[in-house]
Design a protein around this ligand. Structure first.
Ligand code: HEC
Length: 186
């Protein structure tokens, strides 16, 4: 512990402790040789002095010890029990869809019944084969094809066959996941 104290505080503690120990040793070993009766009738004084030393020692630990804690806190010394500042909250999750979740949505929403898409084991033939139709298409196009299918009609196909309301029935997360699945697995 003394190592953790600044030099001044360590010296202060050592001086008080040293005086305490010196007094105890002198009282126990030196004085009784010359005056076997010690402390004898001065017992009251002896107790008072002992108490003063005892309280002084406690005060010294309290003062020098406590101040060193403050110094440690100021200098940022990492002491056990010191609370560290909370880490900043992680940034909000990017609106990047998750392809594995998209695969689940694809099957659950019946896309497979109309579309062929190998990654989903889908073999539907009502709509375009998405393995070939989406080659080279970006996420924005795929997104639009799902939420607004009539905007661009795939050549050779009729409008209004693909459900027009996926934009309402699916959550933005589900749509992003679908887009990720379709663009990454194609
Ligand atoms: C009832 C059949 C049907 C269902 C169900 C269906 N689609 Fe379609 N889909 C079509 C048809 C027909 C087309 C072609 C006409 C058009 O472009 O709107 C199409 C077009 C698309 C296109 C554009 C392809 C291109 O080449 O432009 C994408 C992408 C697509 N669908 C994805 C999906 C997804 C994802 C689902 C499920 C959430 C789904 N579809 C459900 C019938 C369907």
């Amino acid at each position: 512990m003394l190592l953790a104290l600044s030099t001044g505080h360590a010296v202060g503690l050592a001086v008080v402790a040293g005086a305490f120990i010196a007094f105890a040793l002198v009282s126990a070993l030196v004085i009784p040789r010359r005056r076997p009766q010690y402390p004898g009738k001065h017992l009251g004084w002896f107790i008072v002095v002992t108490l003063v030393f005892f309280v002084g020692m406690l005060a010294a630990v309290e003062i020098f010890g406590a101040e060193s804690e403050e110094t440690a806190a100021e200098t940022g010394t990492n002491r056990p029990g010191m609370t560290l500042p909370e880490p900043p909250p992680p940034p909000p999750a990017a609106q990047e869809g998750k392809a594995p979740n998209g695969k689940i949505v694809f099957s659950a929403q019946g896309c497979s019944s109309c579309h062929t898409f190998k990654a989903a084991n889908a073999t539907g033939t009502v709509g375009p084969d998405l393995d070939t139709a989406l080659k080279g298409k970006d996420a924005a196009f795929v997104h639009e094809s799902i939420v607004d299918p009539n905007k661009v009609i795939a050549s050779g196909y009729q409008p209004n066959i693909m459900p027009q309301n996926f934009g309402q029935t699916l959550t933005p997360t589900q749509i992003n996941d679908l887009v990720a699945f379709l663009t990454q697995s194609g």
